[in-house]
Design a protein around this ligand. Structure first.
Ligand SMILES: Cc1cc2nc3c(=O)[nH]c(=O)nc-3n(C[C@H](O)[C@H](O)[C@H](O)COP(=O)(O)OP(=O)(O)OC[C@H]3O[C@@H](n4cnc5c(N)ncnc54)[C@H](O)[C@@H]3O)c2cc1C
Length: 418
């Protein structure tokens, strides 16, 4: 029996409710993004994968229709159920993951500004991350370093405060930065006190054109090749005091608390990853679904031994398992997105669960799809080979599968598993 409003207390009424029933807005946005993915992104995917370049014309197309913009991201985030963001990511990455990342890579930097910056900083920097329709820009979030990948606490990039000038001086090398060096706005995670490990980190905005920030080597990759990845060098890179996200007072208070043995809020990079993991899981889902749908169509058409290959249980059951796993992963992604948006605590690391499951399903499902296409699956004439290459990164970045398992196992056990 459902409780009526009269029977419930105000606290009970405020309890967020999870529902799989999409509202009209969510359906409209899904259709809109899917249309763009199908009509613009997918037809361009092969070309930009081969070129290994940022697809600026496609980013501009996305900006023209309002999909690549601060307003769009704000609208997706505003959905109180948390489901719009994963829906958008799934549809866009269904079109192509490399181009999808070229469009969505900026959102990692935006998430850091949103999560750690003040309202004023958000208003100042986020529009600059996107640029304008005529001249779109991208942003980069730089946490990883050559010796600090999974182990974020090992970050060596330093931030020193020059009180006389009210400036922060950044020095170090960042690795693997999506949009690194080509971004208008870079968010740099640096240590202000190495002794405090990850709790001595802070996040800094490096404004467009700042001296001392240079792109290092551009990485040639296995997949996601339309998305630019590069090292970033910081050599006495000076930014105004106001570029410390959250402000100096808050940082000083936090550091003092940590030095006294109290709890400081967790590391700058880790906070950002926690918030973005379900969206990253949704991207992986988009790739998995693309591969599943393609393999299903192919299996219905392809004939061997005088019958469609789907008439063989071996093929049909593989497709059944793909559908099953993709839907299961989507439920985890939606749950985590909903929890993150409604403030339900991730007690069993549900954000990590969603990313882990979706990433592994994407890798597995794209491999199955290649197999169902036989020799064609192994060629660049067919897209499943690219989808498989793209899927692999989802078990590596934003925390490898091992790191997600570490986070989950620590959360469920309370034991410091290593
Ligand atoms: C295409 C691409 C884009 C990226 N974009 C960004 C970006 O925009 N910003 C950014 O900051 N970073 C980015 N990264 C970096 C990415 O987040 C790191 O590559 C990732 O965190 C893994 O770090 P690593 O490569 O140093 O691997 P390592 O940490 O060296 O790990 C190597 C292996 O050891 C395992 N391992 C490590 N520690 C443990 C442990 N405790 N227990 C069990 N196994 C363990 C790992 O799971 C992995 O299998 C990107 C990387 C790529 C490839």
């Amino acid at each position: 029996m459902s409780a009526t409003a009269e029977q419930t207390t105000p606290a009970e009424q405020a309890e967020p409710v999870f529902s799989l029933q999409l509202n009209q807005d969510q359906k409209d946005i899904r259709e809109w993004v899917h249309g763009f993915a199908e009509g613009v992104v997918r037809p361009a995917a092969h070309e930009w994968d081969e070129r290994e370049e940022t697809p600026w014309p496609i980013i501009q197309e996305a900006a023209k229709i309002g999909l690549y913009s601060f307003e769009a991201l704000a609208q997706f985030y505003a959905d109180e159920t948390g489901l719009t963001l994963p829906i958008v990511n799934e549809e866009l990455f269904w079109g192509d993951a490399g181009i999808g990342m070229a469009i969505m890579g900026t959102s990692l930097a935006v998430a850091a500004i949103f999560g750690q910056g003040t309202g004023e900083q958000f208003g100042e920097w986020v529009p600059q991350c996107f640029g304008t329709v005529d001249e779109p820009k991208v942003a980069a979030f730089c946490s990883s370093e050559p010796d600090a990948g999974s182990d974020v606490s090992a970050i060596r990039t330093t931030a020193r405060y020059d009180e006389a000038k009210d400036e922060w001086v950044l020095n170090g090398q960042k690795a693997w930065a999506t949009n690194g060096g080509i971004a208008a706005v870079h968010i740099i995670i640096a240590t202000v006190d190495r002794e405090l490990g990850a709790r001595g980190h802070a996040a800094f905005v490096v404004p467009p054109g700042t001296k001392g920030l240079e792109q290092g080597a551009k990485v040639s990759k296995h997949g996601l090749r339309a998305s630019h990845t590069a090292d970033v060098h910081l050599d006495d890179c000076r930014v105004p005091g106001s570029c410390l996200l959250g402000g100096k007072e808050k940082l000083d208070e936090r550091l003092a608390r940590v030095r006294e043995g109290g709890r400081g809020r967790s590391a700058a990079a880790l906070q950002t990853f926690e918030a973005t993991r379900p969206s990253v899981g949704a991207q992986a889902l988009g790739i998995a679904r693309a591969a599943y749908e393609y393999a299903l169509d192919y299996a219905r058409e392809r004939e061997q031994f005088g019958r469609k290959i789907i008439e063989n249980q071996a093929i049909a059951f593989a497709l059944a398992d793909m559908k099953l796993e993709i839907d299961a992963a989507r439920l985890l992604v939606w749950r985590a997105s909903w929890m993150g948006r409604t403030g339900v605590p991730f007690e069993a690391a549900e954000g990590s669960m969603s990313k882990l499951k979706a990433g592994e399903v994407a890798l597995w499902a794209t491999e199955r799809a290649m197999h169902i296409l036989g020799g064609n699956g192994y060629t660049r004439e067919f897209p499943v080979e690219r989808w498989h290459r793209d899927a692999k990164i989802y078990t590596i970045f934003e925390g490898t599968s091992e790191i997600q398992r570490l986070v989950i196992s620590r959360a469920i056990s309370g034991v410091q598993i290593r």
